[in-house]
Design a protein around this ligand. Structure first.
Ligand code: SAH
Ligand code: F3S
Length: 478
């Protein structure tokens, strides 16, 4: 199965944007890892476009190459290291070329990058992108430059992201940064720092701007969106509109979702990622209330065993998780779920593994992202526990959860067959240029024949007549 949320084909993809004619330098920018990195790259492109850089898809013509990197598993880091080594020749040919590393690997490895990887001139952590213009002055002067200071406040709220390489229809809107949860296996709290929430006014403005520019779907992004909490002036209450928000003392995630759904009533809204520990039923109620909020939650659980959940510091039990799912299914009819699962965490027994499989059967996830545990230096698990499950056992367990998820996905897709779905057309199907691809509210991908008059960005009613494991096959209802 795929690496994190993102279409695997997009990993390491370079993005290009409309050019500013006055800009005369070229930036080649590649992103790896989660949606947040792709969203951050849009902020970086925006900052750099103000100091003379247009993006390019051709690395040979770049003055500046930036890789926005991921540290979540060892494999993700290896991919970036390999990519960096490919720039060696380019750098020999063009001595003035600057190569920089952004994001989680920059934060994790800090100066080690400059010492070990002589290819890299610039190292910038996820909270230091505003400093890029200064750092680039250093590298232009022939010196290495680094800023990996983490911030408790930075949300880049005022920076208008440049929308990179997308379809012009779906966009990410960051609402929180960082994570305070300290799951013992996870490097994110170390690479992305403390959790902070973005001012809701700026979120709503961004959503409205996106709607006015033709976007039809937004995904509110954060490592843990449910812990979104913003403090402002005035008494606490429920907010119906932006003027009420002006007077508010605090806005939580359910309230933010409600505000956004009202502010852009025809925009489809998704959000990711939810953490079961912080998820509350008022979020389900807001989802049920608004047609434009998609009926889909990515709700990672990581394991079905209470013992492992505790070792992972996930702060909830199997039973609490299942109760949450039941409540959601009751409040939001037709809701779909996806999971993240880690197999082979420290001390995991066959019994623990069976618990994971049985939890998956109980929930009947539409989709899943499954991983073998990869020990990350500096995390609590690395410091206090032994990575004691042999690689072949991890691999076998991983194959089992992937196979089960395959079955569940096929079954869930089948349950959508024989019904009409509202599908947002996102683009042409990769396999057949005469077909569109899009997703229904539950995030299931649907392909169907193009009809005259239909275009990207339209929401059309499609009858699903068949399915594969991950896709609905449909026909436009005329
Ligand atoms: N809340 C985050 C989770 C980030 S990590 C988000 O918004 O995406 C994404 C997923 O990677 C986790 O849910 C977990 O399943 C997996 N993961 C994290 N650390 C890992 C590790 N050390 N080994 C294997 N998988 C890991
Ligand atoms: Fe990582 Fe757990 Fe936060 S998985 S991103 S520490 S919620």
């Amino acid at each position: 199965m795929q690496e994190k949320y993102i279409d695997e084909s997009k990993q390491g993809e370079a993005f290009a944007i409309a050019e500013k004619p006055q800009n005369n330098k070229k930036l080649f920018l590649e992103s790896y890892g989660c949606q947040m990195n792709f969203s951050d790259s849009e902020i970086v492109a925006s900052i750099l476009s103000d100091i003379g850089y247009n993006t390019t898809l051709k690395q040979e013509e770049a003055d500046l190459i930036l890789l926005n990197t991921c540290s979540i598993r060892e494999k993700a880091e290896q991919t970036v290291r390999m990519r960096l080594s490919q720039f060696k020749n380019l750098k020999k040919e063009k001595p003035h070329l600057t190569v920089g590393v952004l994001g989680c690997m920059a934060e994790r490895l800090k100066t080690k990058f400059l010492e070990e990887e002589h290819l890299v001139d610039l190292v910038v952590g996820p909270d230091a992108y505003r400093d890029l213009p200064n750092l680039l002055k250093e590298t232009d002067g022939g010196r290495d430059a680094i800023n990996v200071i983490l911030s408790k406040e930075e949300t880049y709220a005022d920076i208008n992201p440049v929308r990179l390489g997308g379809n012009g229809v779906t966009a990410f809107v960051t609402i929180t940064r960082g994570c305070d949860n300290m799951c013992t296996f996870c490097v994110v709290p170390f690479t992305r720092g403390r959790e902070r929430s973005r001012d809701p006014h700026s979120i709503i403005e961004e959503c409205k701007d996106l709607w006015n520019s033709g976007y039809k779907e937004i995904t509110l992004l954060g490592q843990n969106v449910d812990s979104y909490l913003w403090f402002g002036g005035g008494p606490k209450k429920d907010f119906k509109n932006a003027s009420e928000l002006q007077k508010a003392t605090a806005v939580n995630f359910a309230q933010l979702l409600d505000l956004v759904a009202n502010a852009v009533p025809e925009m489809r809204i998704r959000f990711s990622t939810s953490n079961p520990h912080d998820m509350t039923t008022d979020v389900f109620e807001v989802m049920a209330k608004h047609d434009n909020i998609c009926k889909y939650i990515h709700l990672p659980v990581q394991s079905g065993s209470d013992r492992i959940l505790q070792l992972m510091n996930r702060q909830h039990t199997r039973e609490e998780y299942l109760t949450l799912i039941k409540k959601a299914k009751k409040i939001v009819p037709d809701i779909a779920f996806s999971q993240d699962m880690i197999v082979g965490f420290c001390t995991e027994t066959e019994e623990d593994h069976q618990q994971t499989l049985s939890l998956m059967r109980e929930v009947e996830y539409d989709y899943g992202y499954m991983f073998a545990y990869s020990e990350r230096p500096g995390t609590p698990a690395h410091k206090k526990m032994e990575d004691d499950i042999p690689a072949d056992v991890k691999q076998r367990r991983l194959s089992e959860v992937i196979a089960l998820q395959g079955e569940l996905s096929r079954m869930r897709m089948k349950s959508y067959v024989g019904r009409n779905h509202e599908i947002l057309i996102e683009g042409t199907s990769k396999k057949n240029e005469n077909q569109w691809k899009g997703r229904n509210s539950q995030n299931a991908v649907c392909v169907f024949d193009k009809l005259e008059g239909q275009k990207v960005g339209d929401i059309v009613t499609v009858f699903a007549y068949d399915n594969t494991q991950g896709t609905l096959l449909g026909k436009t209802v005329e």
